[in-house]
Design a protein around this ligand. Structure first.
Ligand SMILES: [Fe+2]
Ligand SMILES: [Fe+2]
Length: 290
């Protein structure tokens, strides 16, 4: 069996994120930040500016008056989604890969990640508790650890995991027992390496076990959103422990009654449109990279 050190070293081989994305993450994670700071970082990155203007003026967002400035674009799209789009441009292509070790065909991890980030936006709107904007990015990145973890899921490891699953363990608990680390913690390691702010790192690390994390609405929102994204995209019935968010998260976020159904309906309704927007960011980046 591979040791944890080898898994962490493998995580270090993922490409770093562009400077503008790290800067943007750093600005928004401050307690106090101004639109001018966000505007300044975006304006220094021509490609990001172009993509943002495109998103702000896309059919779904377009108002009668076209958006012409970065500041107006950020205001129209929202800071949380802007951050998440910036991140999507650099991780989207890798996250579209098939991960057969997780039973994911091409595009499935990506669709789940985009659906989770969208669900975080919806949770933010539904909850009376203030969810920080960077939670949307944490939603997009929450399963990034699977990209690296999959390389170590040999048939031998997979059968050990399956045995524990049959005995009643959840999939991340089984990973932890067999490999000494689960995809959530591995993802947090990757996010930390990308200089993601601590709230994103914590939300990624605890997306399956929010009650074990320091209390933060970002972590609770990502946990609830992950469940909703699974429910929306599930091809078959989910195991009971995956089909419902933890009560702790639900009550800390003060979610209204029967919220899960409404949340899923919102995500379902907007997923195609939001997916198309994210795909624009990824395709554009792909063209630039050649
Ligand atoms: Fe996960
Ligand atoms: Fe997930």
């Amino acid at each position: 069996m591979p040791d944890v050190e080898r898994l962490l070293r493998a995580a270090d081989t993922l490409d770093p994120v562009p400077v503008s994305v790290s800067r943007l993450l750093a600005v928004v994670s401050r307690d106090r930040w101004a639109f001018a700071d966000v505007e300044q970082v975006i304006s220094h990155d021509q490609a990001l500016t172009g993509r943002l203007m495109q998103v702000a003026n896309s059919a779904a967002n377009a108002a009668l008056v076209p958006i012409g400035t970065v500041r107006d674009a950020v205001i129209r799209v929202g800071v949380g989604p802007v951050l998440s789009f910036a991140m999507a441009a650099c991780v989207g292509r890798t996250m579209r890969r098939a991960l057969p070790e997780y039973g994911l065909s091409e595009g499935e991890l990506w669709a789940h990640s985009v659906a989770t980030s969208l669900a975080v936006e919806v949770v933010t709107a539904m909850s009376p508790v203030e969810v920080p904007p960077e939670a949307v990015t944490a939603g997009l990145l929450h399963d990034v650890g699977k990209l690296v973890m999959a390389r170590f899921l040999t048939p031998e490891v997979l059968s050990a995991i399956q045995e524990l699953r049959t005995g009643g363990s959840s999939s991340h608990q089984a990973e932890l027992s067999v490999l000494g680390i689960d995809h959530a913690e591995l993802g947090a390691h990757i996010a930390r390496r990308w200089n993601a702010p601590p709230r994103i790192v914590a939300a990624v690390a605890h997306h399956h076990e929010p009650d074990r994390a320091p209390v933060d609405p970002a972590t609770d929102a990502v946990h609830v959103a992950n469940v909703a994204a699974k429910l929306v995209l599930a091809r078959e019935d989910l195991p009971g422990d995956e089909a419902l968010p933890r009560l702790g998260s639900v009550s800390r976020l003060q979610m209204p009654g029967a919220f899960l159904e409404r949340l899923c309906r919102h995500v379902e309704r907007r997923l195609d449109e939001v997916m198309a927007r994210y795909d624009t960011m990824v395709a554009d980046r792909g063209r630039q990279a050649g």
